[in-house]
Design a protein around this ligand. Structure first.
Ligand SMILES: Nc1nc2c(c(=O)[nH]1)N[C@H]1C(S)=C(S)[C@@H](COP(=O)(O)OP(=O)(O)OC[C@H]3O[C@@H](n4cnc5c(=O)[nH]c(N)nc54)[C@H](O)[C@@H]3O)O[C@H]1N2
Ligand SMILES: Nc1nc2c(c(=O)[nH]1)N[C@H]1C(S)=C(S)[C@@H](COP(=O)(O)OP(=O)(O)OC[C@H]3O[C@@H](n4cnc5c(=O)[nH]c(N)nc54)[C@H](O)[C@@H]3O)O[C@H]1N2
Ligand code: SF4
Ligand SMILES: [Mo]
Length: 806
């Protein structure tokens, strides 16, 4: 008798474990998910990383949460006394508690935390989570914006009125020069790494700014080894060379930036038409003034029409302009910016940043001669106390290339038409202004509803500016991912009610009152309207199929959101709890239906074409320009000035460095930064045997000379100390580092018994939690960005050969 051949099914989809969202094919053999492979027909499907290939291990991990759990003993008790409960009981309990807290303290006293979609599959659900928050009425989203989103998405709105490079993605297919600044796609986003490799093959140049020669940096034509956190000085220096040598797109700067506008020397404000004529023409928004150098007279610029009444110039030097209050000395915004750059000539950059002066010039030349320039900047320049200035300085440098929204530059690819269903209109008026931190940092992420962990901890513990009493967590391992882990524990334990939805128990979830088991992305359907990285990707729509059933009673985040919403009486805003109906509304304008997508699990391409330089489009005879107060790229930001911040990009020494803190430098002479791990996402995945086997212990990269001077050998356990405490790691020599820089790994807590690997105490010196030794107290004044990537430190041999964790 012939043996039954195994049933094999290959299911197209995509890996949703990180931002790359790599197109993939899942193999299911006899009902069991056995392999995940790349799907080269998918726009992001050229390759998978080790984490994606380990997906079946994640799915079948014996430690997955299976049932809703309720705490029966007080938070802080070593035994939470978890009790299995049913879904109805769990959701009723959660809805009841949230409603009670909102009734007493207002909906803003409930914070929602979400694992960053860059490191998790919450991307499947962020639309619905936002809608839930808006309908519930809370403006407080805790989502790591201050760690890795501000510099890409929100800070650039002060320069470009748009997220450059977060949404205006590098057009790698056409770029002449690629600039990666504190970004390593080889580890962080495989689909970008493959596209970059293709671009290099066809001759594109690559410049990488990174303290480490790793990944992309090792392949670069020019690697600029910057001292952590001094990136703004480097950007100003490169821009200075470009300006001085005329290596910049003069037309773009004149026509599309606010460079020509005159700035009053007396108060730093933009000169207005009212200054000239006393406001005789009255009404309307302010009109500004530039200088027509040929005619030797002022010309008025009207932001409402985006036009000058004459020929503006990028005036060098100063000019005295007659106003109703007498003559006023003015400089063009561009001249102010150029003067700012002149403070950082290559030799000064060399002394601040440690980048050779000649390389500063080489970088300027390469950017100019190999343009169009496509760039991306990420966590290397986000986690700093001067993150806003870095983003502004790089944004200014990029404006000089004239490559924005040009072929081969940073382009907003045409999206699939889709309505925004985040329900912004549902948030009651006045609630946005109640976001935590908006008073202290009115231009920071809270303006958009993103709150920082420190603000949340303070609101819970001190009731400032009001008491936060409830937390709804979709993933987010806040305790390990953010600084001040002990304060975090204290805060989360002080909540009246905390519900956490996750695939696994983690040190943050352990503090919850109710824990909900979540289906992994391979166990749930999800709709993705548009992928990232190219026009082909942006045009791609896919309804990801479920590969296998979830373990136990685990459910998707979407089911949890819709279930909670209906129980809270918000069902009308959630299509009566029907997720398909919600997805249909997202597809409304796309010309696709859910049935089309179900019939084509491999995804469907909507025919779309890229339109470039959309800022030059005209509507009713008025150029679209940029969404800034002057309708131009704001090299000079009066908005920042009005709030007491530098209006033009500036370099500020990182606030917790050996230079800014000479009082700490002797004891802590090293600079601590960090980088992502190629085998793990953030604080996850250390329990997966195939991955952990390849990286058993937390490591600290250190220059061999720095190690030798401390009697540390390769692979030795070391103690990493900062003013905030100490933790352990194994020394890994890296001779490409500066001897005064060490690079740590965060996220170590999870054991992997299958390979005999220990777990680590998140709260003590025998553990390996890097964020235990970093503090939140000194932050970027504008955004609240944290000093994770430039912090004073010292390293010594552990001396006891051990570091077995806790
Ligand atoms: N494998 C893997 N992939 C991931 C993640 C993961 O944990 N693992 N996490 C995801 C998430 S949440 C994010 S935000 C992205 C992040 O993606 P990236 O930003 O690319 O990640 P990192 O490796 O942390 O940082 C990039 C580089 O910044 C450098 N760097 C450190 N300090 C500085 C500095 O002061 N200045 C400059 N210029 N560079 C510096 C580091 O050496 C590193 O090579 O990756 C996503 N993808
Ligand atoms: N020192 C230092 N600290 C850092 C960084 C650094 O570079 N250095 N990087 C920072 C960055 S960039 C970020 S984004 C943060 C990351 O911090 P987090 O956003 O907290 O991300 P993770 O640590 O990856 O934790 C993700 C959690 O979500 C769960 N999860 C995964 N997928 C899903 C899902 O689909 N639904 C639900 N409900 N849960 C899910 C996982 O099981 C895990 O418990 O850490 C930051 N911390
Ligand atoms: S890079 Fe790896 S983890 Fe991220 S989506 Fe691709 S395969 Fe998944
Ligand atoms: Mo991130």
């Amino acid at each position: 008798m012939a043996e039954a051949s195994p049933s094999i099914e290959r299911i197209p989809g995509y890996c949703s474990l990180c931002i790359s969202r790599c197109g993939s094919i899942a193999t299911v053999q006899d009902g069991r998910f056995v392999a995940l492979d790349p799907d080269p027909s998918h726009p992001t499907g050229r390759a998978l990383c080790a984490k994606g290939r380990a997906a079946p291990e994640l799915v079948y991990d014996p430690r997955r949460l299976r049932y809703p759990l309720r705490r029966t003993r007080p938070t802080g008790d070593p035994d939470p006394g978890w009790e299995r409960i049913g879904w109805d009981e769990a959701l009723d309990l959660v809805a009841g508690r949230l409603a009670a807290i909102a009734a007493e303290g207002g909906p803003e006293s409930v914070v929602v935390s979400v694992a960053s979609p860059s490191t998790s599959a919450t991307d499947d659900t962020t639309t619905w989570i936002s809608r839930f928050m808006n309908a519930f009425g809370t403006p407080n989203l805790l989502g790591s914006m201050e760690l890795c989103g501000w510099g890409r998405f929100l800070a650039p709105t002060y320069t470009y009125g748009a997220p450059v490079p977060g949404a205006f993605m590098p057009d790698l297919e056409r770029a002449g020069c690629i600039l990666y600044w504190g970004y390593n796609p080889n580890i962080a986003r495989i689909s970008h790494a493959t596209a970059t490799a293709d671009a290099l093959k066809r001759g594109a140049r690559l410049i990488v700014v990174d303290p480490r020669k790793a990944g992309a940096a090792a392949k670069a034509d020019l690697w600029l080894q910057v001292r952590p956190g001094t990136d703004a000085a480097l950007a100003l220096g490169i821009a200075g060379v470009m300006i001085e040598r005329g290596w910049f797109d003069r037309e773009f700067v004149r026509d599309w930036t606010n460079g020509p506008l005159l700035v009053r020397e007396d108060d730093g404000r933009l000169l207005t038409e009212a200054d000239l004529d006393g406001g005789g023409r009255g009404g309307g928004p302010a009109r500004f003034v530039a200088w027509d150098a040929a005619a030797g007279r002022p010309v008025v610029y009207n932001p409402a029409t985006g036009r000058y009444a004459g020929d503006p110039s990028l005036l060098p030097g100063t000019v005295r302009v007659a106003t109703v209050a007498g003559e006023v000395e003015c400089r063009s915004a561009f001249e102010i910016v150029a003067a700012g750059c002149r403070q950082y000539p290559p030799d000064v950059v060399a002394s601040i940043c440690g980048v050779e002066a000649a390389q500063v010039v080489d970088a300027a030349r390469m950017l100019w001669e190999s343009r169009p320039v496509a760039y991306y900047a990420w966590s290397g320049v986000e986690q700093h106390t001067n993150a806003t200035q870095i983003a502004r300085a790089i944004g200014q440098l990029y404006a000089l290339t004239g490559s924005l929204d040009a072929p081969g530059g940073n382009v907003l690819f045409t999206p699939v038409p889709a309505p925004n269903v985040e329900g912004r209109e549902l948030l009651p008026p006045g609630q946005r202004a109640r976001a935590l931190g908006v008073l202290e940092r009115p231009l920071g992420p809270a303006k958009w509803g993103f709150v920082t962990t420190d603000d949340v901890y303070r609101a819970i513990l001190e009731g400032t500016p009001y008491r936060v009493r409830g937390l709804v967590g979709f993933g987010a391992n806040v305790i390990l991912a953010h600084a001040d882990s002990r304060r975090g524990r204290e805060a989360l334990a002080a909540l009246d009610f905390y519900v956490h939805a996750d695939l696994f128990m983690n040190p943050t979830a352990e503090l919850a009152d109710v824990v909900l088991p979540v289906a992994s992305p391979f166990e749930r359907e999800a709709l993705k309207v548009g992928f990232e990285g190219s026009q082909d990707a942006a045009s791609f729509v896919q309804l990801r199929r479920k590969v296998v059933d979830p373990p136990g009673e685990a459910r998707s985040d979407a089911e949890i959101v819709f279930g909670l919403a209906t129980r809270l009486g918000l069902g009308d805003h959630f299509w009566g709890g029907d997720i398909d109906a919600g997805n249909r509304s997202r597809l409304q304008a796309s010309g696709l239906t859910l049935d089309d997508l179900r019939a084509h699990p491999e995804g469907i391409r909507v025919p779309l074409e890229t339109r470039f330089r959309k800022y030059a489009d005209e509507r009713d005879g008025v150029p679209v320009g940029f969404s800034t107060p002057t309708r131009k790229v704001e090299l000079y930001s009066q908005t920042l000035l009005d709030h007491g911040y530098p209006p033009a990009p500036e370099f500020e020494e990182p606030r917790v460095s050996p230079i800014s803190r000479p009082d700490l430098a002797e004891r802590y002479p090293l600079i601590l930064t960090s980088a992502k791990h190629h085998l793990f996402c953030e604080t996850q995945h250390r329990g997966l045997p195939s991955l952990r086997r390849k990286a058993m212990d937390p490591e600290l990269e250190i220059h061999p000379a720095a190690a030798e001077a401390r009697g540390i050998g390769q692979g030795d356990w070391v103690v990493l100390e900062t003013p905030s405490g100490s933790v352990r790691a194994r020394a890994r020599f890296n001779d490409s580092l500066r001897p005064d820089v060490v690079v740590g790994q965060h996220g170590w807590w999870e054991p992997c018994p299958e390979v005999g690997a220990p777990g680590y105490d998140p709260y003590g010196p025998d553990g390996a939690n890097l964020n235990l030794v970093i503090a939140n107290d000194v932050v970027d004044p504008i955004s609240g960005s944290v000093p994770h990537r430039a912090y004073v430190a010292q390293v010594r041999a552990a001396g006891d050969g051990g570091g077995l964790g806790g």
